[in-house]
Design a protein around this ligand. Structure first.
Ligand SMILES: *[C@@H]1O[C@H](CO)[C@@H](O)[C@H](O)[C@H]1NC(C)=O
Ligand SMILES: *[C@@H]1O[C@H](CO)[C@@H](O)[C@H](O)[C@H]1NC(C)=O
Length: 140
């Protein structure tokens, strides 16, 4: 099934809407405070891109804030200051971006036709690494 799906995708000449980063490939890990470039392709003129937090072990996600909104698209990239806007990294560190055509009221409307999402990416903080290393030392 997986092989069939990949072959099918490769013969479609042009994907009109897609995130390149975060996109296919190894899972990105973005640290809070970093400025990252989000890259994508769309033909939409009016759309929003929001940050979503994936619920662990469930096929559901929580809508965070809209991080980009335009009525003058299409654009192809934006810079984003990585942050969680108060969403708790202990409940989930897995996020994705979801683009919906239309104004902000269309964001998260899963029956809307004009939408596509990015790959999952992880958000971390420098502090988490420090804590982990510290715990490791204590165990030794
Ligand atoms: C969601 O999108 C569908 C399809 O475009 C539309 O009929 C419906 O009114 C939308 N719902 C909301 C709450 O905007
Ligand atoms: C991303 O986070 C998930 C969930 O915490 C974890 O299982 C996975 O190993 C992380 N991926 C990377 C590349 O760190």
């Amino acid at each position: 099934m997986l092989v069939h799906a990949l072959l099918f995708l490769s013969v479609i000449p042009a994907v009109t809407s897609e995130f390149f980063s975060p996109g296919a490939g190894p899972r990105l890990i973005w640290k809070t405070g970093e400025v990252q470039e989000v890259r994508y392709k769309t033909s939409f003129v009016t759309y929003t891109i929001a940050l979503w937090q994936q619920n662990p072990g469930q096929g559901s996600a929580k809508l965070g804030p809209i991080i980009f909104q335009t009525t003058n698209g299409p654009n192809a990239k934006l810079t984003w200051l990585v942050q969680t806007y108060g969403m708790d990294l202990d409940s989930s560190n897995v996020f994705f971006l979801w683009l919906f055509e239309g104004d902000s009221s269309a964001q998260g409307n899963q029956s809307a036709p004009g939408q596509f999402s990015s790959a999952y990416f992880n958000i971390t903080t420098v502090n988490q690494f420090r804590v982990r290393r510290h715990k490791h030392k204590q165990r030794l």
